[in-house]
Design a protein around this ligand. Structure first.
Ligand code: GRF
Length: 222
């Protein structure tokens, strides 16, 4: 069994989280880390929107934050280069987008190839974009949900790691459906991060394999 000191030592699985807003997914990740349910450490939070509530919330939890207002950089590439340098300085291995409301430059995606995850509030490829819950409700789907996927250069288009379904109820409004999906997001993101660091995931074309339950080993004789 690990000693208390070992249990307290920071995880080598270093995350960088990019946010633009309230950061509830970030906070859910921090909760699971604090409860010992996720072996990871948030090394840096970067936010592109000055004054976003997620920054104050992250600071209150003792997490290092960096506000990089994208309007201060002449190009997307320049802004993303500043982010990449900060993430690398902090030894970040996996970049998690948690409500980061900007497309990443091709250069950034290449620099962290296969090491960027995003969470999206629909069952992709249905309803990509900014209003996924509203679009799903208006379309009349009976089941929506959330998706964690690797990020490529497109919009919500990279290989899918995990999806979880959320049934749409007759009385649902945009707000109620958004809230139920968000609760599901909070569980699903940490599971995807744990899978990433487990080293089990592998890519076969667009398919991410290894995200299911680990294969059962042979039964041991008692
Ligand atoms: C979430 O619904 C996420 O799926 C989407 O943006 C929202 C961010 O919420 N990409 P929060 O900032 O994590 O609370």
């Amino acid at each position: 069994m690990a000693s208390r000191a070992q249990r307290r030592s920071p995880s080598p699985h270093r995350l960088g989280v990019l946010i633009s807003g309230r950061g509830s997914n970030l906070l859910a990740i921090l909760d699971r880390i604090e409860r010992g349910e996720l072996d990871a450490a948030v090394a840096l939070v970067i936010c592109n929107v000055p004054g976003a509530p997620g920054v104050a919330a992250a600071r209150a939890r003792g997490v290092e934050t960096l506000v990089l207002d994208h309007r201060r950089s002449p190009t997307r590439e320049e802004h993303d280069r500043l982010m990449a340098e900060a993430l690398e300085r902090h030894g970040v291995q996996l970049v998690c987008l948690g409500g980061y409301m900007r497309l990443l430059s091709a250069e950034f995606v290449r620099r962290f190839e296969g090491r960027i995850l995003n969470i999206h509030p629909s069952l992709l490829p249905a309803f990509p974009g900014m209003q996924a819950q509203k679009d799903a409700l208006e379309h009349g789907v009976k089941i929506s949900g959330c998706t964690v996927h690797f990020v490529d250069e497109g919009l919500d288009s990279g290989p899918i790691v995990l999806q979880e379904a959320v049934p749409v109820e007759d009385g649902d409004t945009w707000e109620t459906l958004t809230l139920r999906i968000l609760e599901k997001e909070h569980e699903t993101y940490s599971r995807a991060i744990a899978l990433f660091f487990s080293g089990r995931l592998r890519l076969a074309g667009r398919r991410v394999l290894g995200a299911g339950a680990p294969p059962r080993g042979p039964r041991r004789a008692r």
